[in-house]
Structure formats: structure tokens, C-alpha cells
Design a protein around this ligand. Structure first.
Ligand SMILES: NC(=O)c1ccc[n+]([C@@H]2O[C@H](COP(=O)([O-])OP(=O)(O)OC[C@H]3O[C@@H](n4cnc5c(N)ncnc54)[C@H](O)[C@@H]3O)[C@@H](O)[C@H]2O)c1
Length: 272
């Protein structure tokens, strides 16, 4: 029997933990928020604030902690770093650590796996590391944690294969293997920047059409009658929530560090 530990029990981690338990795994959740843990315990779900209890002998550790931005719109990885430090203290041979939090391409390997390697075990050899970005849309009844297709990418082939086998076991959806962990990380950022950019586009149209005297929604509905090559997005008050307004900054910063200036993504952020 394998032991699964979900680290971070928010919008992403808690539904995942419930699903893993439902699928018959021995699973436990870990969170640093005592109030949250006490509330979940009342539902009869095994959760704790004690890393030793949660992580000792865990075979599969799934990290779902926040990845916000700071006041200067810079990615803030402090939760990922502290969670990985905690996990590294309890790491054992042949275990797998899967990061579900949204991160910039390179983070799983360059930051998560490196911190885990401080345990003395060698990433990709003694233990495995993968990224499987969460796509949950809280409140959506049709698309849930169990039926949204997922992509997985590991730091090496074994990591990808082990993570893939785990998600195939717990999900009623397609699981797609990516060739690299960076590609899996990029998938999630692309999905959310796609929405940001398209919404910025229609928001800009709305301002221009207002001046010209055209009904933007009518035009978008008209354009939607074309059965190919157009996808309707509607103007609104911008974008919000945990993801769309934040994730583009992860790619903007990563690209900047790699010598590329994402003008388009920055403009979308400015408009929205
Ligand atoms: N909310 C969404 O709709 C959504 C969808 C897809 C992906 N994501 C991504 O998933 C990640 C988690 O998001 P969320 O909305 O579930 O966040 P959340 O704030 O709802 O929950 C995160 C939990 O992690 C806990 N935590 C923080 N540091 C910890 C640590 N070191 N050890 C243990 N627990 C710790 C917090 O106490 C909190 O309960 C983020 O990267 C987010 O971008 C979120």
C-alpha cells in the first residue's frame, strides 16, 4: 500500500486529497493553517499540521501551495520553497514529489528538485520529481478535479512515468505526458495568459467601439457566427481571481531573466 501526502489544502489541495482517499489510497493532508486543519478534521478527513505525521514514509507527495506575486508584481516562491524544505526532511528512497502549484518553466527542476536534493538523496535517481499543473475551476460542476484532462512532465523519464501512472489511477480523464517538465509548466501559464491576452483585446475593442458608436457584444456575436478561426471573448471589468491576473507575471519574469521581453503579455496586464 502506498502512502500519499497532499501538502497545502486550499482550493486545489483539498478536493485532490478527497479524490485520492475516495480512490482507496492511504492519504493524509498537511497544512500550516491550524484553523483550516481543525475544520477539515471535522469532516472526518485525515489532515494534520505536523510534518512528521504527514510525511514520514510517504511514497507520493503532492505540493499544492500558493504561488502569488509580491507588491512589485514579482513571482513569490516562498511557499513553494518552505514546503519543499519541509518535504526534503522526510524524503525517502523511491518516493515521488509532484508540484501542482502554477510555476514558471524551470521552477520544478531548478528550485523544487534542488531543495529536495539537500536531503542527500539524488533527484531523478533516488527519488523522482514531476509537475502536473492543476486546472481546477472552483465552483464548476461540469469540469472538476476528476474529469479535467491533465498534463504531466517529470525531470526525467522515470519521474514522468511514475507521475503519469498515479494520475491515470485517480482521474477519469485523459492524462498527457509532456516531453519535459518545463513544457508541462509552460502549458499552464499559456492557458492562463491566453485568457488574459484575449480579454485584454476585447476590453480594448470595447473602449474603441464606444468612441466609434458600435455595440461590441453584438460585433463579437456576429464574429462568432464564423465557424472556424474565431473564439468569442467578452469585455468586462478585467480579470481577477487567483490565477489569470497573476500567472502571466511568472512567464514575464522568467523570459526577462532569459533575455526576452514579453511586450504583449505586459500590455495585456496593463489593459486588464
Ligand atoms: N484556486 C484555483 O482555482 C487554482 C486553479 C489552478 C491552479 N491553482 C494554483 O494552485 C496553487 C494553490 O492554489 P490554491 O488556490 O489551492 O491556494 P490556497 O491559498 O487556497 O491554498 C493553499 C494552502 O497551502 C497552505 N500552505 C502554504 N504554505 C504551506 C506549507 N509550507 N506547508 C503546508 N501548507 C502550506 C496554506 O495554508 C493554504 O491552506 C497555486 O499555485 C495556484 O496558482 C489554483
Amino acid at each position: 500500500e502506498i502512502k500519499v501526502c497532499v501538502v497545502g489544502l486550499g482550493y486545489v489541495g483539498l478536493p485532490l486529497l478527497k479524490l485520492i482517499i475516495e480512490k482507496g489510497f492511504f492519504a493524509i493532508g498537511l497544512d500550516i493553517d491550524k484553523q483550516k486543519v481543525d475544520k477539515i478534521l471535522k469532516e472526518g478527513i485525515a489532515v494534520t499540521t505536523r510534518p512528521d505525521e504527514a510525511l514520514n514514509n510517504a511514497d507520493c507527495i503532492i505540493v499544492c501551495v500558493p504561488t502569488p506575486i509580491d507588491e512589485s508584481y514579482r513571482p513569490d516562491l516562498k511557499f513553494v520553497i518552505s514546503a519543499m524544505r519541509t518535504v526534503s526532511k522526510y524524503l525517502k528512497n523511491d518516493s515521488i514529489v509532484i508540484l501542482e502549484s502554477t510555476v514558471a518553466p524551470g521552477t520544478t527542476e531548478e528550485i523544487a528538485a534542488r531543495i529536495l536534493g539537500e536531503s542527500g538523496f539524488k533527484a531523478g535517481v533516488d527519488f523522482y520529481v514531476a509537475h502536473c499543473p492543476e486546472r481546477i475551476d472552483p465552483g464548476n460542476k461540469k469540469w472538476t478535479v476528476r474529469n479535467i484532462p491533465r498534463v504531466v512532465g517529470g525531470i526525467n523519464k522515470q519521474s514522468t512515468n511514475i507521475a503519469y501512472a498515479f494520475y491515470v489511477e485517480i482521474l477519469n480523464s485523459e492524462v498527457i505526458k509532456m516531453s519535459t517538465v518545463k513544457a508541462a509548466e509552460a502549458v499552464k501559464i499559456v492557458e492562463n495568459t491566453f485568457r488574459d491576452v484575449n480579454i485584454a483585446f476585447v476590453n480594448e475593442l470595447a473602449k474603441s467601439f464606444d468612441k466609434i458608436g458600435i455595440d461590441t457584444v453584438e460585433v463579437i456575436k456576429g464574429a462568432s457566427t464564423k465557424p472556424f478561426g474565431f473564439m468569442a471573448h467578452y469585455p468586462g471589468c478585467g480579470v481577477g481571481g487567483h490565477c489569470i491576473a497573476i500567472d502571466p507575471y511568472y512567464l514575464i519574469e522568467k523570459a526577462e531573466k532569459s533575455g526576452f521581453n514579453h511586450k504583449f503579455l505586459k500590455l495585456a496586464r496593463e489593459i486588464n
